[in-house]
Design a protein around this ligand. Structure first.
Ligand code: SF4
Length: 106
């Protein structure tokens, strides 16, 4: 019988496989648009995608995350720096982050 260690080392098909934990797979295959924290932040003139996981009330899952948040609500909850983080964190086609939470109402 051949040396088993050598078999795997020389098998290029086996080398191309990556092992990943089941929880990690969920984050890798999903995008922000499938996440429950993904919201639209509506301002006076434009609406931009954002991440409600920055807002403590929604991050704690105390309340249902609405599809759209007014920019004033976000400012009151987390302030100006928080608003920047909310708007910078999410994008509809971005790969999900570690806080991904699958949206229940698809
Ligand atoms: S940045 Fe993370 S938590 Fe926020 S919407 Fe995207 S996947 Fe969800």
């Amino acid at each position: 019988m051949a040396n088993l260690r050598d078999y795997y080392r020389r098998n290029f098909l086996y080398q191309s496989h990556r092992l990943m934990l089941p929880e990690l797979r969920e984050k890798v295959v999903h995008t922000c648009s499938e996440c429950g924290f993904f919201v639209q932040v509506a301002g006076k003139t434009e609406t931009r995608p954002g991440c409600a996981a920055i807002i403590p009330y929604y991050a704690s899952l105390a309340g249902r995350v609405p599809r759209e948040l007014k920019v004033l609500e976000v400012l009151q909850a987390v302030g100006k720096n928080g608003l920047e983080q909310v708007l910078a964190g999410a994008g509809p086609h971005r790969q999900a982050c570690g806080l991904f939470h699958l949206k229940m109402d698809k």
